[in-house]
Design a protein around this ligand. Structure first.
Ligand SMILES: O=C(O)CCC(=O)C(=O)O
Length: 354
């Protein structure tokens, strides 16, 4: 789903969703095998819905209304023709955003949570700390690495101080990789019940920890506008998506959960993005909207059956809109966080599976 365009077939090109993706993505499409340098796409963004402007204006634009949720103390907006979709602009303070960025980089990719790197390297502990300490990943000498008095982990690879003699020639296949390079390759991590991307379902047999209590509490609180009276959202799984500058998330449905009346609570962090909300068919013209750091989106009911995706991340100074975050991460100790967020976006989406 990441890094490249989804199905570039002539068939897919013809759908309204695909045309919108092409319109907003960072680079213009070039013919296959073209040797030309990618050309930046200077898309006209004037019709992208900006809920921060909606928040400031006295009247909502046509097709959008302010949703009244008794007891919920933040403004919530909905589209008249996309029932079940809720937009909560600036739901998180800058401090809260920093907290969840730290968690997303330091804690959420920790085993037993799986990431896209797990299939290749096995469980990797402390990736972000390894980046901070400029370490490299090498093949572990033994499959069991001691990490304390009583614990041992089975690892194929471990982080090491230097490349020199930690990668001897006789080890053959060993190719040391800088932790910073691996972090750039981190695309997703899964919390709680583990999602199996190859089968596109939850594999309850995989070892997992419960969703962190604090994230559970946040999701329950934020889900309120999409819940029926007296019901409480029960977070069981979360997918954390990590986007680099030219990454995109192609149009898709999230349909592996049992009860679609329950919302997906989706938190945006770091660089601004464009989110496309289509309809039940790829032929329906999607609505494009900006997602900024701290915005939260809920998708429940009818909206659960709508195609959606993220065709564009803005990492340039003018459009990323992360100056508040950058000043929070300005100390020397936080340099690696700053380096990461200035050209990245993180999305945490929390789900009730059963
Ligand atoms: O990144 C986003 O805002 C959307 C993520 C999403 O649609 C997904 O993970 O299914």
């Amino acid at each position: 789903m990441y890094g490249a365009d989804p199905a570039d077939s002539a068939e897919a090109e013809r759908t309204a969703f695909r045309r919108a993706e092409k319109r907003y993505k960072l680079y213009k499409s070039l013919p296959p095998k073209s040797r030309k340098k990618p050309i930046l796409n200077q898309a006209d963004l004037s019709d992208v819905v900006d809920f921060h402007s909606v928040l400031e204006s006295a009247e909502s634009p046509e097709g959008i209304y302010k949703f009244n949720c008794p007891g919920f103390d933040r403004p919530v907006f909905c589209f008249r023709d996309r029932p079940g979709f809720y937009f909560i602009p600036s739901a998180l303070t800058t401090k809260e955003q920093c907290h969840w960025i730290r968690q997303s980089l330091m804690s959420f990719p920790q085993p037993p949570n799986r990431t896209n790197l797990t299939a290749l390297y096995g469980p990797l502990f402390d990736l972000f700390i390894a980046v901070q300490n400029k370490k490299i990943l090498v093949e572990a000498e033994s499959s069991v690495v001691s990490i304390g008095e009583n614990k041992a982990r089975s690892c194929k690879y471990s982080f090491s101080e230097s490349s020199g003699d930690s990668c001897r020639e006789e080890q053959g296949s060993c190719e040391p990789v800088a932790a910073s390079v691996l972090l750039r390759k981190l695309r997703w991590s899964t919390l709680g019940l583990q999602f199996d991307w190859s089968q596109r379902n939850y594999d309850v047999s995989l070892p997992h920890n419960k969703i962190p209590k604090e994230l559970c509490e946040l999701a329950k609180e934020m889900a309120a506008p999409a819940m029926s009276a007296g019901e409480e959202f029960q977070p069981e799984a979360a997918i954390v998506n990590y986007f680099g500058p030219s990454d995109m998330l192609g149009g898709h449905l999230d349909d592996m959960e049992a009860d679609w009346s329950k919302p997906i609570v989706s938190i945006s962090l770091a660089c601004k993005a464009i989110f496309l909300l289509g309809g039940k068919s790829r032929e329906d013209i999607p609505i494009a909207m900006f997602l900024r750091s701290g915005d939260i989106v809920l998708m429940a009911g009818h909206a659960r059956e709508c195609f959606h995706g993220v065709p564009r991340i803005f990492t340039d100074d003018e459009h990323a809109e992360i100056s508040g975050l950058m000043s929070q991460f300005s100390s020397e100790d936080d340099r690696c966080f700053m380096d990461y967020i200035k050209n990245s976006r993180i999305n945490i989406n929390i789900r009730q599976v059963n």
